[in-house]
Design a protein around this ligand. Structure first.
Ligand code: GLU
Length: 287
Protein backbone atom coordinates (compact mmCIF):
# COMPACT_ATOMS: atom_id res chain seq x y z
CA UNK A 1 0.00 0.00 0.00
CA UNK A 2 1.44 3.38 -1.02
CA UNK A 3 1.92 5.93 1.74
CA UNK A 4 0.17 9.35 1.55
CA UNK A 5 3.12 11.15 -0.03
CA UNK A 6 3.11 8.72 -2.97
CA UNK A 7 -0.54 9.19 -3.84
CA UNK A 8 -1.18 11.01 -7.09
CA UNK A 9 -3.75 13.74 -7.35
CA UNK A 10 -4.74 14.20 -10.99
CA UNK A 11 -7.49 16.08 -12.78
CA UNK A 12 -9.45 16.30 -15.97
CA UNK A 13 -10.05 19.95 -16.89
CA UNK A 14 -12.48 20.12 -19.81
CA UNK A 15 -14.05 23.29 -21.17
CA UNK A 16 -17.83 22.91 -21.54
CA UNK A 17 -17.89 24.06 -25.17
CA UNK A 18 -19.22 20.85 -26.73
CA UNK A 19 -19.89 17.18 -26.10
CA UNK A 20 -17.05 14.94 -24.91
CA UNK A 21 -15.52 12.75 -27.60
CA UNK A 22 -13.18 9.76 -27.65
CA UNK A 23 -10.16 12.03 -27.06
CA UNK A 24 -11.66 13.29 -23.80
CA UNK A 25 -12.49 9.73 -22.78
CA UNK A 26 -8.83 8.80 -23.31
CA UNK A 27 -7.68 11.84 -21.27
CA UNK A 28 -10.16 11.05 -18.49
CA UNK A 29 -9.27 7.35 -18.31
CA UNK A 30 -5.54 8.20 -18.30
CA UNK A 31 -5.97 10.67 -15.42
CA UNK A 32 -8.14 8.23 -13.45
CA UNK A 33 -5.69 5.33 -13.99
CA UNK A 34 -2.73 7.43 -12.84
CA UNK A 35 -4.68 8.53 -9.76
CA UNK A 36 -5.06 4.94 -8.61
CA UNK A 37 -4.11 4.91 -5.77
CA UNK A 38 -4.85 8.58 -5.17
CA UNK A 39 -7.51 11.03 -6.22
CA UNK A 40 -8.99 12.01 -9.58
CA UNK A 41 -10.64 15.44 -9.75
CA UNK A 42 -12.83 17.14 -12.31
CA UNK A 43 -12.41 20.87 -12.97
CA UNK A 44 -14.58 22.87 -15.32
CA UNK A 45 -12.53 25.37 -17.36
CA UNK A 46 -15.21 27.90 -18.20
CA UNK A 47 -13.48 31.30 -18.05
CA UNK A 48 -14.45 31.94 -21.66
CA UNK A 49 -18.14 32.45 -20.93
CA UNK A 50 -18.84 33.37 -24.55
CA UNK A 51 -18.09 29.76 -25.62
CA UNK A 52 -19.10 27.71 -22.55
CA UNK A 53 -22.64 26.36 -21.95
CA UNK A 54 -24.06 24.90 -18.69
CA UNK A 55 -25.80 22.13 -20.68
CA UNK A 56 -22.40 20.86 -21.85
CA UNK A 57 -21.25 20.73 -18.24
CA UNK A 58 -24.21 18.47 -17.44
CA UNK A 59 -23.32 16.25 -20.41
CA UNK A 60 -19.67 16.06 -19.33
CA UNK A 61 -20.68 14.72 -15.91
CA UNK A 62 -23.14 12.25 -17.47
CA UNK A 63 -20.58 10.89 -19.96
CA UNK A 64 -17.82 10.55 -17.36
CA UNK A 65 -20.13 8.76 -14.90
CA UNK A 66 -21.21 6.45 -17.75
CA UNK A 67 -17.51 5.60 -18.30
CA UNK A 68 -17.39 4.59 -14.64
CA UNK A 69 -15.52 7.62 -13.30
CA UNK A 70 -16.24 9.39 -10.02
CA UNK A 71 -14.79 12.49 -8.40
CA UNK A 72 -15.29 14.49 -5.22
CA UNK A 73 -17.79 17.36 -5.00
CA UNK A 74 -17.96 20.30 -5.22
CA UNK A 75 -16.35 20.61 -8.63
CA UNK A 76 -14.07 23.61 -9.12
CA UNK A 77 -15.33 26.02 -11.77
CA UNK A 78 -13.03 28.68 -13.20
CA UNK A 79 -15.88 31.16 -13.60
CA UNK A 80 -16.09 31.25 -9.78
CA UNK A 81 -12.36 31.85 -9.29
CA UNK A 82 -11.79 35.32 -10.70
CA UNK A 83 -10.56 36.81 -7.37
CA UNK A 84 -7.83 34.14 -7.18
CA UNK A 85 -6.67 34.97 -10.72
CA UNK A 86 -6.75 38.70 -9.97
CA UNK A 87 -4.62 38.10 -6.90
CA UNK A 88 -2.02 36.22 -8.98
CA UNK A 89 -2.06 38.96 -11.64
CA UNK A 90 -1.57 41.62 -8.95
CA UNK A 91 1.43 39.73 -7.62
CA UNK A 92 3.03 39.52 -11.06
CA UNK A 93 2.24 43.19 -11.68
CA UNK A 94 3.82 44.14 -8.34
CA UNK A 95 7.00 42.42 -9.53
CA UNK A 96 6.95 44.70 -12.61
CA UNK A 97 6.51 41.75 -14.99
CA UNK A 98 3.24 42.63 -16.75
CA UNK A 99 1.97 45.23 -19.18
CA UNK A 100 -1.38 46.12 -20.78
CA UNK A 101 -1.82 45.31 -24.46
CA UNK A 102 -4.42 46.71 -26.80
CA UNK A 103 -3.35 44.81 -29.93
CA UNK A 104 -6.02 42.77 -31.70
CA UNK A 105 -5.09 39.68 -33.70
CA UNK A 106 -5.13 41.72 -36.93
CA UNK A 107 -2.70 44.31 -35.41
CA UNK A 108 -0.32 41.52 -34.47
CA UNK A 109 -0.51 39.97 -37.94
CA UNK A 110 0.10 43.38 -39.52
CA UNK A 111 3.08 44.12 -37.25
CA UNK A 112 4.59 40.72 -38.00
CA UNK A 113 4.20 41.10 -41.74
CA UNK A 114 5.76 44.61 -41.81
CA UNK A 115 8.89 44.61 -44.01
CA UNK A 116 11.24 45.61 -41.17
CA UNK A 117 10.31 42.46 -39.22
CA UNK A 118 11.98 40.41 -41.97
CA UNK A 119 11.66 36.64 -41.49
CA UNK A 120 8.41 34.65 -41.28
CA UNK A 121 6.69 34.92 -37.87
CA UNK A 122 7.58 32.31 -35.29
CA UNK A 123 4.56 30.29 -34.15
CA UNK A 124 4.50 29.61 -30.41
CA UNK A 125 2.01 27.66 -28.25
CA UNK A 126 -0.55 30.49 -28.56
CA UNK A 127 0.03 31.33 -32.24
CA UNK A 128 2.38 33.93 -33.74
CA UNK A 129 4.87 35.19 -31.13
CA UNK A 130 3.84 38.68 -30.00
CA UNK A 131 6.12 41.35 -31.52
CA UNK A 132 6.14 43.50 -28.37
CA UNK A 133 4.23 46.51 -29.72
CA UNK A 134 2.77 47.43 -26.28
CA UNK A 135 5.75 46.32 -24.17
CA UNK A 136 6.64 49.93 -23.29
CA UNK A 137 3.23 50.50 -21.65
CA UNK A 138 2.79 50.68 -17.90
CA UNK A 139 0.13 48.94 -15.79
CA UNK A 140 -0.98 52.33 -14.46
CA UNK A 141 -2.32 53.00 -17.93
CA UNK A 142 -4.28 49.68 -18.21
CA UNK A 143 -7.93 50.02 -19.29
CA UNK A 144 -10.90 47.67 -19.71
CA UNK A 145 -10.09 47.21 -23.42
CA UNK A 146 -6.62 45.85 -22.65
CA UNK A 147 -5.32 42.34 -22.29
CA UNK A 148 -2.45 41.81 -19.80
CA UNK A 149 0.79 40.22 -21.00
CA UNK A 150 3.81 38.79 -19.22
CA UNK A 151 7.11 40.45 -20.11
CA UNK A 152 8.91 37.16 -20.68
CA UNK A 153 12.47 38.51 -20.79
CA UNK A 154 11.95 40.29 -17.46
CA UNK A 155 10.23 37.25 -15.96
CA UNK A 156 13.21 35.01 -16.78
CA UNK A 157 15.60 37.67 -15.53
CA UNK A 158 13.61 37.87 -12.29
CA UNK A 159 13.95 34.09 -11.90
CA UNK A 160 17.68 34.42 -12.57
CA UNK A 161 17.66 31.34 -14.77
CA UNK A 162 19.02 30.66 -18.23
CA UNK A 163 16.71 27.69 -18.86
CA UNK A 164 13.39 26.15 -17.79
CA UNK A 165 13.13 22.41 -17.29
CA UNK A 166 10.40 19.97 -16.29
CA UNK A 167 9.94 16.21 -16.05
CA UNK A 168 7.42 14.26 -18.06
CA UNK A 169 6.67 10.70 -16.96
CA UNK A 170 5.45 9.59 -20.36
CA UNK A 171 7.88 11.19 -22.81
CA UNK A 172 11.49 10.17 -22.07
CA UNK A 173 10.83 9.62 -18.34
CA UNK A 174 13.65 10.69 -16.01
CA UNK A 175 15.23 13.00 -18.57
CA UNK A 176 14.24 16.65 -18.05
CA UNK A 177 12.80 18.62 -20.98
CA UNK A 178 14.71 21.89 -21.22
CA UNK A 179 14.34 25.15 -23.07
CA UNK A 180 16.87 27.99 -22.89
CA UNK A 181 15.79 31.49 -21.84
CA UNK A 182 16.58 32.85 -25.32
CA UNK A 183 14.50 30.11 -27.01
CA UNK A 184 11.62 30.87 -24.64
CA UNK A 185 11.79 34.60 -25.39
CA UNK A 186 11.98 34.02 -29.14
CA UNK A 187 9.74 30.98 -29.47
CA UNK A 188 7.06 31.68 -26.84
CA UNK A 189 7.39 35.36 -26.00
CA UNK A 190 5.10 37.66 -24.01
CA UNK A 191 2.07 35.42 -23.39
CA UNK A 192 -1.36 36.73 -22.45
CA UNK A 193 -2.18 36.38 -18.72
CA UNK A 194 -5.59 38.02 -18.84
CA UNK A 195 -7.68 38.28 -21.97
CA UNK A 196 -9.69 41.36 -22.73
CA UNK A 197 -12.88 41.28 -20.64
CA UNK A 198 -12.11 37.84 -19.20
CA UNK A 199 -9.96 38.50 -16.11
CA UNK A 200 -7.59 35.62 -16.83
CA UNK A 201 -6.21 33.35 -19.53
CA UNK A 202 -5.84 29.60 -19.84
CA UNK A 203 -2.19 29.76 -18.69
CA UNK A 204 -2.78 31.80 -15.54
CA UNK A 205 -5.96 29.99 -14.46
CA UNK A 206 -4.56 26.52 -14.94
CA UNK A 207 -1.49 27.29 -12.85
CA UNK A 208 -3.44 28.95 -10.04
CA UNK A 209 -6.08 26.19 -9.99
CA UNK A 210 -3.70 23.23 -10.14
CA UNK A 211 -1.90 24.67 -7.11
CA UNK A 212 -5.18 25.41 -5.27
CA UNK A 213 -6.35 21.83 -5.86
CA UNK A 214 -3.01 20.34 -4.80
CA UNK A 215 -2.58 18.53 -8.13
CA UNK A 216 0.64 16.51 -8.01
CA UNK A 217 0.54 14.91 -11.49
CA UNK A 218 -0.83 16.87 -14.44
CA UNK A 219 -2.11 14.60 -17.20
CA UNK A 220 -3.07 16.18 -20.50
CA UNK A 221 -2.56 15.85 -24.24
CA UNK A 222 0.75 16.32 -26.01
CA UNK A 223 -0.77 19.29 -27.83
CA UNK A 224 -0.23 21.26 -24.60
CA UNK A 225 3.40 20.16 -24.13
CA UNK A 226 4.96 23.52 -25.10
CA UNK A 227 2.53 25.41 -22.85
CA UNK A 228 4.06 23.56 -19.90
CA UNK A 229 7.18 25.77 -20.13
CA UNK A 230 4.91 28.79 -19.60
CA UNK A 231 3.20 27.10 -16.67
CA UNK A 232 6.48 26.22 -14.96
CA UNK A 233 7.61 29.86 -15.32
CA UNK A 234 4.36 31.08 -13.74
CA UNK A 235 4.61 28.48 -10.95
CA UNK A 236 8.11 29.70 -10.11
CA UNK A 237 7.17 33.40 -10.29
CA UNK A 238 4.16 32.80 -8.01
CA UNK A 239 6.19 30.49 -5.74
CA UNK A 240 3.84 27.57 -6.30
CA UNK A 241 4.92 23.92 -6.33
CA UNK A 242 5.95 22.51 -9.74
CA UNK A 243 3.92 19.30 -10.22
CA UNK A 244 4.94 16.26 -12.29
CA UNK A 245 3.63 15.96 -15.84
CA UNK A 246 2.31 13.20 -18.08
CA UNK A 247 1.54 14.38 -21.62
CA UNK A 248 -0.41 11.60 -23.29
CA UNK A 249 -0.87 10.72 -26.94
CA UNK A 250 -3.72 12.28 -28.88
CA UNK A 251 -6.62 10.34 -30.33
CA UNK A 252 -6.87 10.96 -34.06
CA UNK A 253 -9.39 10.21 -36.78
CA UNK A 254 -8.67 7.92 -39.76
CA UNK A 255 -6.97 10.77 -41.62
CA UNK A 256 -4.63 11.43 -38.68
CA UNK A 257 -6.34 14.65 -37.58
CA UNK A 258 -6.72 15.26 -33.84
CA UNK A 259 -10.34 14.95 -32.69
CA UNK A 260 -12.03 18.27 -31.89
CA UNK A 261 -15.31 19.04 -30.18
CA UNK A 262 -16.93 19.67 -33.56
CA UNK A 263 -16.27 16.01 -34.49
CA UNK A 264 -19.67 15.05 -33.17
CA UNK A 265 -19.41 11.68 -34.90
CA UNK A 266 -17.00 10.64 -32.15
CA UNK A 267 -19.12 12.07 -29.32
CA UNK A 268 -19.42 9.61 -26.43
CA UNK A 269 -23.17 10.21 -26.24
CA UNK A 270 -23.58 8.90 -29.78
CA UNK A 271 -21.69 5.69 -29.00
CA UNK A 272 -23.91 5.25 -25.95
CA UNK A 273 -27.07 5.85 -27.99
CA UNK A 274 -25.86 3.25 -30.52
CA UNK A 275 -25.81 0.73 -27.67
CA UNK A 276 -22.01 0.58 -27.18
CA UNK A 277 -20.90 -0.19 -23.61
CA UNK A 278 -18.31 1.68 -21.52
CA UNK A 279 -16.15 -1.47 -21.72
CA UNK A 280 -16.18 -1.26 -25.49
CA UNK A 281 -15.04 2.37 -25.32
CA UNK A 282 -12.26 1.39 -22.93
CA UNK A 283 -11.14 -1.40 -25.24
CA UNK A 284 -11.28 0.90 -28.26
CA UNK A 285 -8.90 3.23 -26.42
CA UNK A 286 -6.56 0.50 -25.19
CA UNK A 287 -7.61 0.44 -21.50
N1 GLU B 1 -9.08 22.99 -20.62
C1 GLU B 1 -8.10 22.37 -21.45
C2 GLU B 1 -8.80 21.63 -22.57
O1 GLU B 1 -10.01 21.42 -22.52
C3 GLU B 1 -7.22 21.38 -20.70
C4 GLU B 1 -6.24 22.08 -19.88
C5 GLU B 1 -5.22 21.22 -19.18
O2 GLU B 1 -5.41 20.01 -19.03
O3 GLU B 1 -4.22 21.79 -18.74
O4 GLU B 1 -8.13 21.28 -23.52
Amino acid sequence: MACGADLNRTRLAPSPTGPLHLGHAFAALTAARLADPGQFLLRIEDIDQSRCRPEYETLIARDLHWLGLNWPQPVMRQSERLPAYQDALDRLAALGLTYPCQCRRADIRAALSAPQEGAAPIIGPDGPVYPGTCRHRSMTDAGPEDAIRLNMARALQHLGTDEIAFLDENITPGIPHRLSASDIIQGIGDVVLARRGMGSSYHLSVVVDDAAQGITLITRGKDLFDSTYIHVILQKLLQLPVPRYHHHRLIRDESGKRLAKRDDARALGLYRDEGRSPDEIRQMLGF
